[in-house]
Design a protein around this ligand. Structure first.
Ligand SMILES: [Zn+2]
Length: 164
């Protein structure tokens, strides 16, 4: 009787000691670094449902993992909008498979983006962001189909609205 009691007490104590430790490990596994470089109120966050990953890309110019966006495989007719402010950015007719792992477009709706030269990672690239809300979307290159542009857009910054 006394032995059983000690056994129960012992496993209870082990559980009590291990529990906070195991939950800390679980948090580290989730621990994708989503810390923003500024306070949230310093960003122009219009959509309150943006995830931490979306905020990290749109306001700290992070990049999603290549091939991770379901929009890479999106082939339906429709329009692509800014996930923060909802402005229409691309028509589905401008989308093409660039093989890069990011949704790619040959042209944007005129005037919807502003650009700046980005020198990060030792490269000179043209970064573009939503002219309406300022959210970063991707980089634009001159190696698109038929000598045109290639807008390389993070899928997490886009909201696709199918026509039908
Ligand atoms: Zn926007």
């Amino acid at each position: 009787m006394r032995r059983n009691f000690l056994k129960i007490l012992g496993s209870y104590l082990i559980g009590f000691l291990v529990y906070p430790f195991s939950s800390a490990i679980a948090n580290n596994v989730i621990g994708y670094n989503t810390k923003l470089s500024k306070n949230e109120d310093e960003y122009n966050i219009i959509n309150p449902d943006l995830t931490d990953e979306q905020k990290k890309i749109m306001f700290d110019e992070a990049t999603e993992r290549a091939g991770s966006s379901i929009l890479n495989r999106e082939k339906r007719e429709g329009t692509y909008h800014c996930a923060n402010c909802g402005v229409k950015l691309f028509e589905s007719t401008a989308k093409f498979d660039s093989g890069t792992g990011w949704p790619s477009f040959t042209e944007a709706i005129p005037g919807v983006f502003k650009t700046k030269i980005d020198y990060s990672f030792g490269m000179k690239r043209t970064e573009y962001h939503c002219a309406n809300c300022g959210a970063h979307h991707g980089h634009v290159f001159d190696d698109g189909p038929n000598g045109g542009k290639r807008y390389c857009n993070n899928g997490l910054c886009l909201l696709f609205i199918p026509t039908s």
